[in-house]
Write a protein that binds this ligand. Structure first.
Ligand code: HEM
Length: 398
């Protein structure tokens, strides 16, 4: 199912790389735009055709998600530890007014998107492949989801896919600037498998084992949803609460390592800690894709044409709530990493004083989804041929 979106992902990836080569300093926007345009077509069947509209939607979903990340980060509001505050009326409870205002904004945006999808369906605008919205419309509500339900089901997919992939790609760029030896190895792999006369494609993936290992290691080393932020409230009675991100709730009593957890308990998957578990990831602080490629590491797995991959990887969560966008994310990361490394050289930047501008690899913004704070780097096409081939791919009829 996810494979049917590969041509659209490839096309948007070429556009992302072309834009990045022209204006590397706008890297956050180009990665965000990629994720937004892939999602809009996949989820709503919407193709945005002006740069202004692209920017409008990219900023709109990014704003919505930043709000959700801020509000959804456990421990952000006192009401979470004093639920009695919920009884206050709106004029006494600013958190209620804020939630209502933000809900109105997001509902208006997502309702419009689904309304447009309905209009296209009624006007018989063809879609290939069918978007999620079109599938719902075609089933004539066979999914038993009413409009408010489907609006939020689709919005969750749109939102879930927008910042996450972009965040991981921002870390990828940072990593290439910090660890040039891995960029060289990536380029050696790409040159030997893909060659210099064509762009990488999804068909190459079984052989691009280092590209897949780098994607996985990026998500291990700097998980997008680390779940390790700890917020502690102090009061005159001492510490009263301590949270970390993305909670799950037990539906039955459970036992773990001698701890009894009653039904209803909140459990937080702490990816930051899991990804640094010494038994599975020795030397976990170090970015090292070899841990998936050499038999001596506990995470090595055969067959190498399939592993490393990021299916069922803890970076995508756990159990029934595991990320449903995993297949799309997998493809997006791998095609972007392969194409960027094939086309460009990324390095640290020299400042006006001729000194290298340092990058702090721990300087991430807080929130449930972590994003590297803006950093400076140099990005140049590897050759004129690479730049020309990207432009041709962007201008070829899609
Ligand atoms: C690198 C990219 C991505 C990462 C690292 C990521 C990670 C995650 C994580 C950790 C969760 C929480 C799972 C849990 O609670 O155990 C999640 C949930 C979710 N993700 Fe992703 N995700 C990515 C891309 C995507 C994409 C592309 C989509 C949509 C196409 C998507 C849609 C969702 C949705 C809808 C949920 C909520 C699932 C639920 O609560 O049942 N994600 N994701």
């Amino acid at each position: 199912m996810a494979a049917q979106w590969e041509p659209w992902q490839t096309f948007q990836c070429m556009r992302m790389v072309e834009s990045l080569m022209k204006q590397p300093e706008r890297y956050v926007y180009w990665f965000d735009r990629y994720a937004t345009l892939v999602s809009l077509k996949e989820i709503y069947g919407k193709i945005v055709d002006t740069p202004e509209d692209e920017e409008y939607h990219t900023m709109a979903i990014s704003d919505r998600m930043h709000n959700i990340e801020r509000l959804g980060t456990p421990g952000g509001y006192l009401v979470e530890i004093i639920p009695a505050l919920l009884k206050l009326t709106a004029w006494m409870a600013p958190f209620r007014r804020e939630a209502q205002e933000l809900r109105n904004i997001e509902l208006a945006y997502f309702t419009k998107l689904i309304g447009e999808a309905k209009q296209r369906w009624n006007s018989k605008v063809p879609e290939s492949p069918d978007s999620f919205a079109r599938c719902w419309l075609k089933h004539d509500n066979g999914w038993e989801l009413e409009l408010p339900d489907i609006t939020y089901v689709l919005a969750t997919l749109y939102g879930g896919g927008s910042g996450t992939t972009s965040n991981a790609m921002q870390t990828f760029v940072m990593t290439m600037a910090l660890y040039p030896e891995w960029q060289t190895k990536l380029q050696e792999e790409l040159d030997s498998i893909v060659g210099l006369d064509r762009l990488p494609s999804f068909a190459d993936l079984p052989q691009l084992i280092l590209v897949r290992a780098v994607a996985k290691e990026i998500l291990r080393w700097r998980p997008v949803v680390p779940g390790s932020k700890t917020i502690t409230y102090f009061s005159r009675f001492g510490m009263v609460a301590n949270f970390s991100d993305l909670p799950h709730r037990l539906t039955i009593d459970d036992e773990y390592n001698g701890y009894h957890m009653p039904k209803g308990s909140f459990v937080h998957g702490n990816q930051w800690a899991i990804h640094r578990d010494g038994g599975l990831y020795p030397d976990g602080k170090t970015f090292n894709p070899n841990r998936y490629l050499e038999e001596s590491w506990p995470t090595y797995k055969e067959p190498i044409e399939i592993h490393p991959n990021i299916k069922r990887f803890s970076a995508f969560g756990f159990g029934r709530r595991i990320c449903p966008g995993l297949e799309t994310a997998d493809r997006s990361l791998i095609i972007q990493i392969a194409t960027l490394a094939w086309t460009c050289n990324i390095s640290k930047k020299l400042g006006p004083d001729g000194q290298v501008v340092l990058i702090d690899d721990m300087d991430y913004a807080e929130g449930s989804n972590v994003i590297p704070k803006p950093f400076q780097f140099e990005l140049k096409p590897r050759s004129e041929n690479c730049a020309r081939m990207i432009s041709e791919a962007v201008n070829a009829p899609y």
